[in-house]
Write a protein that binds this ligand. Structure first.
Ligand SMILES: [Zn+2]
Length: 377
């Protein structure tokens, strides 16, 4: 179903029934008379599911929501989990990672993707309990995992490891490899302002400003897309992983039906159960500079699950500094001076994240307390 089209209110037929069955298995209640028809209760259930899984909440079933529905349907023990390409994904993988991490085996981020680190953790676990290590989490291995009590409810290994990586980043910006992404591209221009500026164009100009700013601070930034290119998010993520970026920032612009909506928000990787402490800290620090230095309204940082944030291995943040649908903010985005100010504020946030001597390590943002503890312990 990879070439599926987006499904919403009024759709009917077998694909709708498939979505409804999956929702029902996950415990969402649907009106029986809507069977095979995408009605109000189906839309409500889709919205609730999207909310819970930190997806964009639009009540439509597109590729991301469909993939998430499929992944949510797997429970640990349903199938054998092992390293293969493309990587296995699902809630069973996420549960496996959480179990391994809690037992002290380093399965990496609890992102529901069975990658090499998870494979190594399975092998290590098998050897530890005296099984022949084949790296395949099948029935026997999962049974053995379930029998063992976790050492405690404390932070899993992934959280600790992210914090360790953060502590190593104390050398400042000089020479730091930083991935800079501009959301969208031709063919997928994103939101558009009343003056005709597209999100693809505005985010590209912001990204280019940030690259120049970071270069002037002796960092080593690279852009994840050319002005006329639109690689899929997964591809952007693997490029950043391949190049060993220390962190990633991606620009988007917000949009709203009400042209008066304005302000800045940032996003870091998180699901219902797990979120990236360093990602949140970076998101808070950048938002803090955008709101305090530029006076942009503070719309907070949020946990979200996009392919880019999920599939990157470094702290990663999406930034929406303005609403493109607000005529004043659209006009400001057209000014080079404003874009340079945004770039400078973002670079300041990154610099604080790297812990420059003398920099205030505590963001003033609203959601700062938890991130500060999560990333410094
Ligand atoms: Zn966007």
């Amino acid at each position: 179903m990879s070439a599926m089209s987006t499904m919403g209110r009024g759709a009917r037929g077998e694909p709708v029934r498939d979505v409804q069955t999956r929702l029902a298995v996950l415990g969402y209640v649907l009106e029986p008379e809507e069977h095979g028809e995408f009605g109000a209760s189906t839309e409500d259930a889709v919205r609730a599911f999207q909310q819970r899984r930190r997806l964009r909440v639009d009540g439509l079933v597109g590729v991301d929501t469909w993939n998430e529905l499929v992944e949510a349907g797997f429970t640990m023990g349903d199938r054998a989990l092992y390293l293969r390409y493309p990587f296995l994904r699902g809630d069973d993988v996420r549960a496996l990672q959480a179990h391994l991490n809690l037992l002290g085996f380093d399965a990496g981020r609890e992102d529901g993707i069975f990658g090499e680190r998870t494979g190594r953790a399975v092998l290590e676990f098998q050897r530890n309990v005296g099984m022949s290590g084949d790296g395949i989490a099948g029935r026997t291995t999962i049974h053995a995992l379930r029998r063992l009590r976790p050492v405690g409810p404390g932070p899993g290994r992934a959280t600790v490891r992210e914090a360790e990586a953060l502590r190593r980043m104390s050398g400042g910006l000089r020479g730091a490899v930083i991935a800079v992404d501009a959301g969208h591209g031709p063919g997928d221009p994103g939101a558009a302002g009343p003056g005709g500026v597209t999100e693809a164009r505005a985010s590209y100009l912001l990204a280019a400003s940030l690259v120049a700013e970071l270069r002037s601070r002796e960092a080593d930034p690279f852009l994840l897309r050319a002005g006329d290119a639109n690689p899929p998010e997964g591809e952007r993520a693997s490029q950043a992983n391949r190049l060993g970026a220390a962190l990633l920032v991606s620009f988007h612009l917000n949009s709203h039906d009400d042209p008066r909506a304005f302000g800045a928000s940032t996003y870091y990787y998180g699901t219902g159960d797990w979120s990236s402490g360093p990602g949140q800290r970076l998101a808070d620090l950048i938002l803090d500079r955008l709101t305090n230095d530029l006076g942009l309204a503070d719309l907070r940082s949020h946990a979200t699950s996009t392919p880019l944030l999920r599939e990157t291995r470094m702290p990663a943040v999406e930034i929406e500094p303005c609403f493109l649908t607000n005529p004043d903010e659209e006009a400001r985005l057209g000014q080079e001076l404003f874009r340079r100010q945004v770039a400078s504020a973002v670079a300041d946030g990154i610099e604080r994240f790297f812990g420059l001597p003398g920099a205030d390590p505590t963001p003033h943002g609203t959601a700062s307390a938890s991130s500060a503890t999560a990333s410094r312990e």
